[in-house]
Design a protein around this ligand. Structure first.
Ligand SMILES: *Cc1c(COP(=O)(O)O)cnc(C)c1O
Length: 453
């Protein structure tokens, strides 16, 4: 039987990140000043980001060196394993070959540490002492807290209040790594106080928490802001996933027909898919890349391709992306990491140009796949990652119908050990689908700024 676990040695950790901007037929439009609507230059971002990350954000260089100190820390858990899902294939009785790249082996439990480490590294190199950020379900906050601890920086995390109340373990994990964790909206910032004045019982949203963290960073010289997804430099850092996966697939002797990843802000999907899309864009291979999102927050499949703010308070630059509108607050599905109104501009442009595909699922179908995967493979996937599991299983079932022995590669972005309450809710039959209504969609899209481009 073919190998189950395809491993690489530490020396095979990539030495360079892959920047897909070098190969894209069309680039997303430039970020725009939130107040004037004019394109902003790199210097406008310098209040909240170190110059090295701003340079990566706008870079068109195809390959960008990974600093040795970052590779050193990557060694803690990288290269991550690639698994052949023999037992799942058997359970599905499919002729398809199913592989998955598992990022849950990171000490923070997800792919987020791949970018948290370089982001803190470049901030420290720029003389920054403290980082402010937001977190939804807590994965990004945990990864950033750990990275800040490693480099000796302080970390303040604005955690969406509903998660703060419902997910104490992620909060405790962040505090264990030394972070200060505030429930957002908080009274620490003007943005937070404004929301609380309107609605003292606000449960918060990612958009609100981003406003608070950006304001915190912009108003303190010793503090910068860090974002765990969406931005070009974040997707760049995540390409270590796909670069390793390419080597591993080569060792396994198969090239994927389709690469699948769950998509919130697009970072684990882009990180896995972009190095394969490099082949498609430069060598004309026809590998498919499929982004999977929740029906409750269907940014690519039902959103608009338009300029929008990244946050509720309109503090961030406007970015050209697929969006449901910056005032949109998605239903409280368990895949907290996929509850964002916007999406990566790079992924958005590629979707707009039909280079990537997208599909959306309701959460009961997602948990059904998660349970099937856990029982076959012995790994409990994060609710976010389970969206990719659902799509991979459906692809394999289509192969069963057609008799095609396709090769499917999907990203398992994290484990679900902190999400067992969600599993309990599914197992006890109390989990319900919350697809987005047309009214809520229209209402969210009505908040799009009018930008004359
Ligand atoms: C944050 C998170 C996601 C969603 O973010 P992307 O930027 O779209 O990858 C997906 N899976 C896990 C495990 C996460 O922590």
């Amino acid at each position: 039987m073919a190998e189950t676990k395809i491993l690489l040695s530490e020396s095979e950790i990539p030495a360079r990140w892959y920047n897909i901007a070098a190969d894209m037929p069309n680039l997303p439009g430039p970020p725009l000043n939130p107040a004037t609507g004019e394109p902003i230059g790199p210097e406008a971002l310098a209040a909240i980001f170190p110059m090295a990350l701003i340079e990566q954000e706008v870079s068109r260089e195809r390959w960008i060196d990974i600093p040795e100190e970052v590779r050193e820390l990557y060694r803690m858990w990288r290269p991550s394993p690639l698994f052949r899902a023999h037992r799942l294939e058997k359970a599905l009785d499919t002729p398809a070959r199913i592989y998955y790249k598992y990022e849950g082996v990171s000490p923070a439990g997800s792919h987020k540490l791949n970018t948290a480490i370089p982001q803190v590294y470049y901030n420290k190199a720029a003389g920054i002492r403290r980082i402010a950020t937001e977190t939804g379900a807590g994965q990004w906050g945990s990864a950033l807290s750990m990275a800040c601890q490693f480099f000796g920086l302080e970390c303040t995390v604005y955690m969406v209040k509903v998660s703060y109340q419902q997910k104490p373990y992620r909060r405790i994990l962040m505090q264990t790594f030394g972070a200060e964790v505030l429930a957002s909206p908080s009274d620490r910032t003007q943005a937070g106080r404004a929301i609380l004045a309107e609605d003292p019982n606000s449960l918060g949203s990612l958009g609100i928490a981003i406003s608070e963290a950006v304001e915190d960073a912009a108003t303190r010289a010793d503090t910068n802001y860090a974002l765990g997804s969406v931005l070009n430099h974040v997707l760049l850092h995540q390409t270590v996933i796909g670069l390793e996966a390419k080597l591993q697939m080569e060792k396994a002797g198969h090239y994927p027909d389709v690469v699948i990843g769950c998509c919130g802000g697009g970072s684990n999907f882009g990180g896995l898919a972009f190095p394969f899309l490099h082949d498609r864009l430069t060598k004309g291979t026809n590998v498919r890349a499929v982004a999977v999102e929740p029906e409750a927050c269907p940014t690519l499949t039902r959103g608009a391709f338009a300029y929008d703010f990244g946050d509720t308070a309109k503090l961030t630059p406007m970015m050209q992306m697929y969006t449901l509108g910056h005032t949109f607050v998605p239903a409280g599905i368990h895949a907290g990491g996929l509850r964002y109104h916007g999406d990566s501009p790079l992924v958005s442009q590629l979707y707009h140009d039909s280079i990537v595909e997208a599909v959306a699922y309701n959460q009961t179908a997602v948990f059904e796949a998660a349970i099937q995967f856990a029982r076959a493979e012995g790994i409990v996937p994060a609710p976010e990652s389970s969206h990719a599991v659902r799509a991979a299983i459906d692809e394999a079932l289509r192969c069963k119908e057609s008799g095609e022995a396709k090769t499917i590669l999907f990203g398992l972005s994290g484990h679900g050990h902190f999400d067992l309450a969600a599993y309990e809710s599914y197992l006890s039959g109390s989990l319900h689908d919350v697809p987005l209504s047309d009214e809520a969609l229209t209402q969210g899209l009505a908040s799009l700024p009018r930008v004359g481009v």
